[in-house]
Design a protein around this ligand. Structure first.
Ligand SMILES: O=P(O)(O)OC[C@H]1O[C@H](OP(=O)(O)OP(=O)(O)O)[C@H](O)[C@@H]1O
Ligand SMILES: Nc1nc2[nH]cnc2c(=O)[nH]1
Length: 179
C-alpha cells in the first residue's frame, strides 16, 4: 500500500482533466457527425474505458444503446499477455453499427480481438474510439477510427480509468509512472 501511494506521489501529470475534457469534446463532435443516423450500439470496453465513457456519453447527441464488453490482457501487470475474456455483451449485435469505447490503444491485440468478435456476431460495422494512443510501430490490426491524446512508447500511463497494478483508476488526469 505504501508503494502504490508512492507511485501516485512520484507520477508525472501528462494530461489534466481540462485537457482531457477538451479532447473528449473534439472526439464527440466527430462521432456526432458520423453516427447521427446510425442507431449504434456503444460498447464500453471494461474496465479502463469506464471514465472515458462517462465523460463522452453526455456529449453525444444521437440515439444510442449502451452495453459493455470485457477482455483483459494486462491484468495488474504493465506488460500484456494472453487476452482473457470476462464478459460478452448481452445486446444482439447482428446488423448493428457497433462503436467500441477504449481508454488506450497500445499494441492493438485487444482491439483486434474485440473487432473480430463483433463482426462474428454479425455487426454491420465496427468503429472504435480510443482516448489515448501510445506511439510506437508494433501495432496489430487497424487503428481506432477516433484517436485522441498521444503518449510516448516508454510511458506506462494511469488515471482517468486506467490502472497501475490494479490501483489509481480514480486519479484525476492521465499520469505516467516514474519509478
Ligand atoms: O492495445 P493493447 O496492447 O491490447 O492494450 C490495450 C488494452 O489494455 C487495457 O486493458 P487491460 O488489459 O489493462 O484491462 P483493463 O481495461 O481492465 O485495465 C486497455 O483498456 C485496452 O483494452
Ligand atoms: N493502465 C494502462 N493500461 C495499458 N494497456 C496498454 N497500455 C497501457 C498503459 O500504458 N497503461
Amino acid at each position: 500500500m505504501k508503494q502504490i501511494r508512492q507511485t501516485m506521489e512520484h507520477a508525472e501529470l501528462l494530461f489534466s482533466m481540462t485537457e482531457i475534457d477538451q479532447q473528449i469534446s473534439q472526439l464527440a463532435e466527430q462521432l456526432n457527425r458520423d453516427y447521427a443516423t446510425l442507431n449504434p450500439v456503444v460498447l464500453c470496453v471494461m474496465n479502463g474505458a469506464v471514465i472515458t465513457l462517462g465523460h463522452l456519453l453526455p456529449k453525444l447527441s444521437f440515439p444510442l444503446q449502451l452495453d459493455y464488453i470485457h477482455a483483459t490482457r494486462y491484468g495488474d501487470k504493465r506488460v500484456g499477455g494472453e487476452l482473457v475474456w470476462q464478459a460478452r455483451p448481452m445486446t444482439d449485435l447482428a446488423d448493428r453499427h457497433v462503436l467500441l469505447i477504449e481508454d488506450i490503444f497500445d499494441e492493438g491485440y485487444t482491439l483486434k480481438a474485440l473487432r473480430e468478435f463483433c463482426l462474428q456476431a454479425g455487426a454491420s460495422s465496427v468503429g472504435c474510439l480510443a482516448l489515448v494512443n501510445k506511439i510506437h510501430s508494433r501495432k496489430q490490426g487497424p487503428l481506432p477510427e477516433y484517436l485522441g491524446l498521444e503518449v510516448p512508447d516508454d510511458h506506462y500511463v494511469f488515471g482517468f480509468g486506467m490502472d497501475v497494478e490494479g490501483y489509481w483508476r480514480n486519479a484525476p488526469g492521465i499520469f505516467a509512472v516514474r519509478d
